[in-house]
Design a protein. Sequence first.
Length: 332
Amino acid sequence: RSYSDYRIGGDRTRQLAALPGGGVQLVLSGGQAGDLPLGGEWLMCYCASGYGGCSLPSHFAALAGVFTVLGPSTNTQDQACSAGLPCNLVCQGQGLSTSDKVAFVARGGVCGVTDRDTQLTGNAHAVNRRFVIGGGAYHSVVDVAGQPGRVQVVLTRADLPQGGVWYMCYCTANNGGCDDASDFKALVGILTVQGVYPQDFHCVAGARCSIGGSVDASSNVGGSSAFIATTVPVRWPITVTAATAELSGEDVVSGDKAALVLDSGSELNFCGNDALDSRIANGSSRAIDSDFKLIYDGSDAAGDLPFGGRWKICFCLSNRGSCAQTSDFTDR
């Protein structure tokens, strides 16, 4: 009486293939765009070829059995996190287990084809390089207490250093070792991390520095062409060679704030944990202006950047609150 489920099998009846030793088999393709994009349970209804042409639901009156597919129950389980804050990603599906894993694939990739995102951000002059998301690893899942059929990926603040968008691709433990891109064929949904995209900037002590906005690169160093190459920001692997219009991210708006925190070169200095450096920029945060720029004034020792050094640029999205506390500046 019921029509076929349009979500699997290409929404059509399938011809069975004969086996050499007798019997028949049903062959279904895999992959994100294949016949089985999601998990669940279905009734397999059979029609003998000599009965009515097998063209109507009423022709498929014989129950061949129950067909179980392990994996996420939908591929639209989109979720959102904030950069620099812990976040749990919940996945619902059929037969999920704690032996399964999730891969974060950069937007534009394909589950089961494109590997997890292990890109590093930074430019040729940046010392502090880091993973974009999740430490560049395949992530194990844990059960959600009291919720059968659900598992979750537990991400720490260190797993989400910057904003961006990724596909969440799933591997059930019965489909290989979950240690290769080809094992992660099922799309769970899209993960959006609020915050600025990974980017590094260089300025010169005593000179006016404009971070972001639509300005010529030379203005970042007070017009001194000798330093243009070191002041152009980079969003890996894209190199900006003209205007420095790169202060961008997910849900970043004018009025969000940035703070400069001394970078000791070790991961012990976390955004959201360490206080602003009182020796520069008057020890205060700076708001992103309407042109999406952060302006640090120059002019010798009285300016915002009186001496050289390396600092983490820690951001606070205004939708999180007042951006008045050190703990608000979690996005690096």
